[in-house]
Design a protein around this ligand. Sequence first.
Ligand code: ADP
Length: 419
Amino acid sequence: MSPCPRTRRVLSVASECAPLIKTGGLADVVGALPAALEPLGWHTRVLLPGYPGVLAQLAEAGTTLRRVWATEDLFGGPATVRRGVYRTTGGTGGTELDLMVLDAPHLFDRLKLPTWDFHPESLEYHGLVSTLKAGMVHASRVTTVSPSYATELATPEFGFGLEGVAAMRLDRGEMTGILNGIDTAAWDPSTDPAVTPFSASDLAGKDANRGALLAEFGLDPAGDRPGPLAVVVTRLTHQKGVDLLCDALPGFLDAGGTVAVLGSGDPGYEFALGELAARYPGAMGVWIGYDEALSHRMYAGGDLVLVPSRFEPCGLTQLYGQRYGALPLVAATGGLRDTVTDATPENLDAGTATGFSFSDVRLGGTIDAGGLGFALGRAADLYRDADAWDRLRRTAMTTPVDWGTSASRYADLFGELVG
Ligand code: ADP
């Protein structure tokens, strides 16, 4: 993958990068975008902190790291930057990542930031230091991962105190929302080694995955639950609307739906979900933990993937669900609003619907359990119409969710910046 002479270069500086280190969607994006930018003439090198786990995986993969820079004094301590090419494996072969790691994590507590930059137009944030704010102020351009979230960020409700800076950059046309895509090679139901293969044109494997997932969670043992199987794959936090799920799911379960949850996070939510599952044995199962392969099996087996986030910069789980025929049921906020076309009668007739959404925040809607419950009811109703469900699922599975368009938008933006 060595760049040709006319290839231009981007340095992507990130705190995580799949498959080396992942806590959420950022890692997926940082890991997948380089391969999508390469054919557009942009070669990406990723700079990551040299976490011990990252260094161990690079060693295990036989990645040779060459020292390219070292100092005895990076903010008061020694640091080394090493470079190598890490080969990843995916469903259809894998790609290469041009990687640099900064081996310096013992320095963080000694980080000294310049005092001359400590004022409200830069680092200072209500008397504290915010490097995020400084970045938003000083960057040539600011991007975020969906058009809706770019405008939401400029409001007090979503800006979390940074709405002033966001509004300023947005007004000047210097902040852009570019939707995330997904790595469609690593997430391809027809080649994914974690699941029984299937595709939009051959859905038999989808049924096999559904049955296997039910068995794995000990659900629907008598095979008589008539409703859809809804899956949830998420960090268990307030942002992700886990409390809304706890309030809305009983109605769905009582009406014959089935639920499987994979997640970890806030112990209160872990407990609440466990309690709910105990109230609905055979109808709801919860797996507390982080398990990448199980997440693939969940999307492959589910009829619906639930994403009732209170805010969501882009969200990836709805895209994985869509690709694996687990129709996304989402709160209409941020990137969820921009990626899911609601199954209204008009959109169903037009063949454009890809899932279900509720409570559009930009139309003044509130994301609450009532809206979620109503959307779950709509989904369960449509599930009874096997032909309509089949059409909706095929549309969802064949709607592009790859990096194509978005990588071009990044390439255009980078091109504008370098002139
Ligand atoms: P966020 O980055 O806010 O957590 P995203 O939807 O953008 O949300 O990305 C979440 C990513 O993390 C997806 O790849 C999802 O499959 C994965 N994920 C979340 N929780 C788990 C879990 N418990 N086990 C495995 N994968 C998970």
